[in-house]
Design a protein around this ligand. Structure first.
Ligand code: ZN
Length: 218
């Protein structure tokens, strides 16, 4: 369990919780910026006895798991309007790290309703929007400014902070954010265990189309 209860009546308990929380690099070790993190390397999580070893190790590389993981991370970001985001870092992807970020206008003015291709050019009044990718006459202007999510991967969070001059409400808000982050790490672990318990990894052969060059008589 990563989630811990914190007595939010006292400045001391909150400050201690934040200062003692596990941290990890936001980028790499030479960048030297760190943020709140949790180590979710699987060998540090107690494997439930009813899950066999192969499944426990193999499930990590399965697309279904990776999709489920990115959905969990995205939900967290959306909840905080992407001002706070969670990412995976570390050589073996074993650390969950809290990042600062936000949303800003992407600059895209129109998009193709047929293939989804976005375009920086707006369509003028009376003009027919043609898609640059699929040639469909289906390019239309975005009704609202199109936004994109950005992350500051190198930015540290509360790295040298002693929280001395923070108001009680600011401290509470930060503690609640970190508790929510810890809860997310518990959810990630629980989702992984759930997947391992209910599915097994099998192999399936797929055929991938490939373009090759051939000789044709002239
Ligand atoms: Zn198109």
């Amino acid at each position: 369990m990563y989630y811990k209860q914190v007595d939010k009546r006292y400045r001391e308990t909150m400050g201690k919780f934040l200062r003692k929380h596990f941290r990890y690099n936001t980028m790499n070790s030479w960048n030297r910026s760190t943020s709140y993190a949790n180590n979710i390397k699987l060998h540090n999580v107690d494997k439930p006895a009813d899950i066999d070893n192969d499944t426990w190790w193999e499930m990590l590389w399965i697309t279904d798991w990776q999709n489920q993981l990115s959905n969990l991370l995205e939900d967290f970001g959306r909840k905080y309007s992407f001002q706070w985001q969670v990412g995976i870092n570390g050589r073996s992807g074993g650390y969950v790290v809290l990042y600062k970020g936000g949303i800003k206008p992407s600059g895209y003015k129109s998009y193709c309703t047929h293939c989804g291709q976005k375009n920086y050019q707006a369509i003028a009044e009376g003009e027919i929007g043609i898609c640059g990718r699929c040639d469909a006459k289906a390019r239309v202007n975005f009704k609202q400014a199109h936004m994109q999510v950005f992350t500051w991967p190198g930015k540290s969070v509360d790295e040298y902070e002693d929280f001395e001059d923070w108001t009680l409400s600011a401290l509470r808000e930060r503690v609640e954010l970190i508790q929510d982050f810890d809860r997310l790490c518990d959810d990630i672990t629980a989702a992984y265990i759930d997947l391992c318990r209910n599915y097994r990894v099998t192999e399936e052969e797929i055929f991938v189309p490939k373009t090759i060059k051939v000789l044709e008589p002239v």
